[in-house]
Write a protein that binds this ligand. Structure first.
Ligand code: PEP
Ligand code: MG
Length: 325
């Protein structure tokens, strides 16, 4: 199978009915970069910048951050990279930074919350990212956004940094795109307002599922208790794609959900066209895609999601579809 997947590396990700999708990979360290070549990923849909911080024994200096981002971009060449700003906290601990114990760290002082409370950290990171991408395009996304104002504040900080850099004669990126990760369910109810403020949205399916189902992603006793292919979660994911279409904002998904061929199939069925996953998942997902009739699975799954009388688990329906087609 490994050989078979490797042979697919240079095959375009197109479904049997001719729909072109983008298969991107998640990364966070330099050791991940060779996977760009051996997986055939078209770019990095999620670069977890906190990993550089997590493996260091002290805070990486601005110059170290910039050099690190530059290495990532050099390796990626003309393949796009989406950098996520620091998602420190919860399951992403940094020994030299946190001081207080929290009872519910997943819902605590983390990610954009911490970044906006300690803006020097965020500004240092944004500056490093901008220097690394001077003259090129920069794509940044913000983790764990809970309300639209967090995007506005991040954008304002970024604008300040751009001004600052210009004033001191530094080149800035030719283009900057700012996106929000959709990981907190409250944003679903402010989705049109949020989409008016961003250049793109990326669904963080691990956290979104955790918070939607109130199920700790790191707790083995409950993490597998509910089905990620259940109606509620798929309906939510579909609503997000639809909001993207309505607002003309690109919506992608990163997180483990896209890494399983059957859930990737569900994502294509409900309208996702760009997904980012573990590099090892790209071969299997592409193999599935090449034989998939997206328009057929799309009507099949949408009908099931719209039918309150259909009580068959969606997973069973999708497995049946996959076996029969
Ligand atoms: C997610 O939550 O789905 C995600 C991509 O971010 P992380 O797994 O790093 O929390
Ligand atoms: Mg997350």
């Amino acid at each position: 199978r490994q050989e078979q997947f490797r042979a697919l590396r240079s095959v375009d990700p197109v479904s049997s009915d001719g729909v072109r999708v983008n298969l991107m990979m998640n990364a966070g360290l330099l050791v991940d970069l060779p996977h760009l070549d051996d997986s055939g990923a078209e770019g990095i849909g999620l670069f977890r910048t906190e990993l550089q911080f997590m493996i260091a024994s002290r805070m990486p200096k601005a110059t170290e951050q910039e050099a690190f981002y530059r290495q990532v971009l050099d390796h990626a060449g003309n393949r796009p990279v989406t950098f996520r700003t620091l998602d420190i906290g919860s399951d992403k601990m940094v020994s030299y930074f946190r001081s207080q114990e929290e009872e519910n760290p997943a819902m605590g002082w983390r990610a954009v919350r911490l970044a906006l409370d300690r803006p020097y950290l965020l500004r240092m990171q944004l500056r490093a990212l901008m220097k690394a991408t001077a003259g090129e395009a920069l794509k940044v996304m913000v983790p764990m956004v809970s309300e639209v104002d967090e995007i506005r504040q991040t954008r304002a900080l970024m604008a300040k940094e751009v001004q600052h850099m210009r004033r001191f004669g530094h080149d800035v990126p030719r283009k900057i795109e700012l996106g929000a990760m959709l990981e907190v369910p409250a944003l679903l109810y402010e989705i049109d307002e949020m989409m008016a403020e961003v250049d793109f949205v990326s669904v963080g399916s691990n956290d979104l599922y955790q918070f939607l189902m109130a199920t700790d992603r790191g707790n083995a006793r409950v993490a597998d208790r509910y089905d990620t292919l259940s109606k509620p979660f798929l309906r939510v994911l579909r609503d997000i794609v639809r909001a993207g279409e309505r607002n003309h904002v690109p919506v992608t998904l990163c997180g483990e959900f896209a890494s399983r061929p059957i859930s990737a199939m569900a994502l294509f069925a409900i309208g996702y066209r760009t997904v980012s996953m573990s590099p090892t998942a790209i071969g299997p997902v592409k193999a599935m895609l090449l034989g998939l009739d997206i328009s057929a699975v799309s009507s099949f799954l949408n009908d099931a999601l719209d039918d309150p009388k259909n009580l068959t688990p969606v997973r069973t329906l999708l497995e049946r579809f996959a076996a029969e087609n």
